[in-house]
Structures are given as C-alpha cells and as structure tokens.
Design a protein around this ligand. Sequence first.
Ligand code: LLP
Length: 419
Amino acid sequence: MHDFEYRGNELFCEDVPVREIVQQVGSPCYIYSHRTLLRHFLAFEDAFKNIPHLVAFAMKANSNLAVLRVLAREGCGADIVSGGELFRALKAGVPPQKMVFAGVGKSAEEIQFALKSNILMFNVESPGELLHINEVAGSLGMRARVALRINPDIDPQTHPYISTGLKKSKFGIRADRALEEFDIAQQLPHIDVVGVHKHIGSQLTKINPFVDALKKILELIGVLQTKGFNIQYLNIGGGLGITYSDETPPHPKDLAAAISPLLATVNCHLIMEPGRSIVGNAGILVTKVLYNKEAETKRFVIVDAAMNDLLRPSLYDAHHDILPVLKDESAPVNAVDVVGPICESGDFLAKDRKMGQLKQGDLLAVMSAGAYGFTMSSNYNSRPRVPEVLIKGQAIMIIRQRESYEDLIRGESIPEVLA
Ligand code: LLP
C-alpha cells in the first residue's frame, strides 16, 4: 500500500530512515515516497489499459512541481481548478492537451490563460460560466472545448464537506436542465461541446455511488448522441478513497471492473481525475514532540506541527494514524490529544489517541498526509510553511524549502504615511 515501514524499531521511507531526513531538513516536514506515488498512478493505468483513457491527476491534492513531474513523465495529465494550478502544471511539464479545468468560479483572466495555453477542455459548472467562456473565447478569436459538468444528485456517502454531487451542492449543472444547456452550448459560436463531466465527492469507500452516478450520465449521453451531439469524452471525476484507519476502499481495478461493462455502451474517451488515491498514502507529515502536558482531565502531547500544516483533523475531524518514528514497545500507553502550538482549541492532529509514552524531542509520523496536506497549509499564526522532501530509494531530494521569516512578509509594505 505504501513505502513507509518499520525496519526493526525505526520507521523508514523507502530505504531512508525518517530520522535521517529530519536531521537534514528539520521538523516539521512532509515526506513523499516516489515509489508509492508511481505505483498508485500505474495502478490506474493498468486497471484501465483496455479502455482509451486519460488520468488527469487532481492537483489540488498535491501540487508540488516535483510530484507533478513524477506523474507527468509517466503520461499523467492534470485536473486544474485555478490559474495558479495551470501555471504550476505548465512549469512541471504537464502537456496542456492533458489538462482539464474545473471549478465553479473561473475568472476571465483564468479562462484567457487556459485558452491561450490550449488546454484540452473546460469542465463547465453553470449556464453563466458557459456564456462567459464563449464571450472570452470570442474576444480572443478562439473556440473553447467544453464538457458540461452534470450534477447527478447521488449521495457519495462521505463527509458532507467533500460531497459534491447532491442537488443542494454548488457544483455542476442541474441534471433536469442538462439537455437544455447542451442545446444552448451547441448554438454558441465560440464553443465546441466535446464531453460530459461528473464528480460526486471525495474519499468514497464504496463502488455503488460511482456506478449509480455513471448510469445517470450514460443515460444522458445516450440521449445526446441520438440528438446528434458528438460526445467524445466522458469524465467520471475523482473520489476513490484511501485507507486512513480501517477503511477498505475499492482498488482502481475494482472500479474498472464495475464500470467497464457500462462504458462499452458509449464510444467515449474516458477521463478520470483521481487525487487522493494517487498521493494520499504516498506522504507523511513528520513532527517533533515539544512538551507533555497534563490538564485536570486530559493528557496533551504538544508537537511542532499544527492545523496550519495539516488542516484535515481540524476541518473534517479526519483521522490520521500517528506513529512513532522510533518505536518503544515497552513504553506505557496513554490516551492523549496530539495538539499543535496554534492558539485555537481546534488545533489538533488527534484526539483521545492511545499512544506509547513520548518524551521531548521524539519524532512522530502523521500518516496518509500526502493529499490535501501541504496544499491546504497556511501561514496562520505567522508560521512558515514546512519543507517537502521526495525520497527515491536512498536518495533524499528537497522539493520545497522551508519558508523563512522573510518569506512571511514578502509583498507587504508599510505605507509612507505610517512612517
Ligand atoms: N475532480 C474534481 C472536480 C474535484 O472537485 C476533486 C476533489 C477531485 C477530482 C479529486 O478528488 P479525489 O480523487 O482527491 O477524492 N480537502 C478535502 C478533499 C476535497 C476534494 C475536493 N475535490 C480533504 O482533505 O479530504
């Protein structure tokens, strides 16, 4: 599943002791395994090898240039959601012809940038956006390839904050207006309708919601094809879950087995947008114990990483396993809250977690932190963002430096009148 394993009592990433990496770059830091990353991408390639397809990595999960490059070299594309992500993907060497652009609020500048970059297509999320893209393309004397993102109203059975395909969600075009919107799109002078897109949510651990949503979309494609639309692409989004604790999510092979027979009914190029399932378990966040503290009714382990470094526990109550970098099986076990230095009660990495007694300076690995970890980090409390390191075999590669205090104030100035 991943390449973070104990050898004896010591946690390794591939062939390097995690302790050694921290000696080089300090704590906290994100560490990614090249081998895990590659294996997880190739699992998709292998599962879908008999179907014409494009894996467009959802780079919101992890947008480090080196991570993108590892994937791009293997033929991976990118699912982008902003001008910034487009900029990064280009810098990393992802071919624009393998990029799809989703998101409910694309600005004129972002649309122009994408058109000039000649990306594969926009995934359009509303009637207003469709008209806007047509207008921007017209002003550049260009045509925009689009897929309409349809909201199939399927419950993905995941955390409400990461459910995106329900009627009440802000994403996609309502299913009952889909045909109407396709008709409008077809008439627009600067739009080429090339596909249908859906994405119903993230961290899905069952296959049924994928199948149910796909059936709805295929029905729509059937109708569109009889109406003469040339639907070349079917984009099924991302969402495949990973193991954080005891989940047993479907493997890409299971997804392929479940949906391949359905796909045979339409003659479309398949696009997928996995994020978490490629990079989630390929990364950890390493943090150091600063203090043990006993409140009247609780024990706290205060560590040097915080909610600004990994927001998922605070925001979604998400579970991440936390493992000692050096195991001591004889240590007495207590239930503790693992908390960061930030001035918020919501700043925690784990609550009531049973852990062996820790002491100042001990290193902990927060597991499954490769997706939506660094990308959701911030400078809250004026904390410099932490470095990212890529491990390949015995090689330690720093792929993002730790920010400095100077980095924190870059772009700020004190106006003359305040002198
Ligand atoms: N495609 C679209 C249109 C999406 O909105 C997303 C994720 C993906 C693909 C990739 O989904 P994945 O394969 O990674 O599940 N910050 C949250 C997750 C937010 C997901 C947003 N959209 C978390 O930490 O759990």
